[in-house]
Design a protein around this ligand. Structure first.
Ligand SMILES: NC(=O)c1ccc[n+]([C@@H]2O[C@H](COP(=O)([O-])OP(=O)(O)OC[C@H]3O[C@@H](n4cnc5c(N)ncnc54)[C@H](O)[C@@H]3O)[C@@H](O)[C@H]2O)c1
Length: 270
């Protein structure tokens, strides 16, 4: 029998992943339905993807054995608020900052209820090597995310501090601090930093810098890691998805690849 998949969040990512499952994985995975707490987004997505709307987030979780969260940090908290509903299930979380934020609640219930939590590498790569280095001693890990000013529009931390990025003529560092502060102030922009931190087994706080640059059109992540096993330097320039320029193609493919890997007998990479 095919596994039943439910997707929470019908925005840029959720919609594209739903489309991939319906077309590319339909032989192996059944898209049982979707959920969004914005009724308009839910209605639109149901019509577009031609699938069933669940009545609520708990309704989706109860009726699916594979769940993709592609919504927000709050949705992650909601998913784990009734952990007994997640017993033996596979949960893919895209809002990785929500896992770091709720780590104290999430960590103990994974083993207690036999939950498999998957965190796709999303908009970055090299998580395999970074996790391997974390088996030994890591001295420092830092990430600089460079974004076009538009990519930071609507951020309330910047508005509160009256930071305007309009007519920016040179690069501007808008944030510098540890991963916890980044998750709090830039919830939509720091999933990569959160994934690095968890890959490092939370042994050291990842240093995060966010730069607004009028010279770039794409989101760029530069990671530097110094350890006793290897020094790693990587840079990923994310190309917007042709289906929706607000999302990086790599993030959507990273989730699609993870789902494909789950249902395939061949597993490449860690
Ligand atoms: N891991 C990565 O590399 C990576 C990359 C990009 C985005 N993300 C994260 O993925 C998530 C989705 O991104 P997106 O671009 O699709 O966002 P989006 O804004 O396009 O869509 C999010 C959708 O989720 C819904 N939603 C929000 N909170 C909800 C809740 N509590 N319950 C139900 N529905 C809820 C919203 O109504 C919206 O329709 C965000 O949290 C984003 O930060 C992660």
């Amino acid at each position: 029998m095919k596994d039943k998949l439910g997707i929470i969040g019908c925005g840029n990512i959720g919609l594209q992943v739903a489309g991939f499952v319906k077309n590319g994985l339909k032989e192996k995975l059944y898209l049982a339905g979707i959920w969004d707490n914005n009724p308009e987004a839910l209605d639109k997505a149901v019509k577009k993807v031609k699938t069933k709307p669940f009545k609520s987030l708990p309704d989706l979780v109860r009726n699916c054995n594979v769940v993709v969260e592609a919504a927000s940090q709050d949705a992650v908290q909601e998913v784990f608020s009734s952990p007994s509903n997640l017993k033996g299930k596979r949960i893919i979380v895209v809002s990785v900052g929500g896992v770091v934020r709720n780590w104290k609640i999430i960590r103990p219930v994974l083993e207690k209820y036999g939950i498999n939590l998957y965190l796709p590498s999303g908009a970055v790569c090299g998580i395999d090597g970074i996790s391997a280095a974390a088996m030994g001693k890591v001295r420092k890990c830092a990430i600089t995310t460079v974004k076009p000013p538009k990519g930071l529009e609507g951020n309330s931390y910047l508005s509160r501090r009256r930071v305007s990025l309009k007519n920016l003529r040179s690069e501007k560092t808008v944030f510098s601090g540890d991963v916890y502060k980044a998750i709090k102030y830039f919830p939509k922009n720091i999933n990569v930093a959160a994934a690095l931190y968890l890959a490092l087994q939370r042994k050291i706080k990842v240093e995060v810098k966010i730069v607004a640059s009028p010279f770039v059109k794409r989101n760029i992540h530069k990671v530097e890691l110094f350890s006793d096993t290897a020094n790693i330097k990587l840079e990923v320039e994310n190309i917007p998805s042709p289906a929706n320029p607000k999302t990086s193609a790599l993030t959507v493919f990273s989730i699609s690849r993870l789902l494909s890997k789950m249902v395939s007998p061949l597993k490449i990479g860690t």
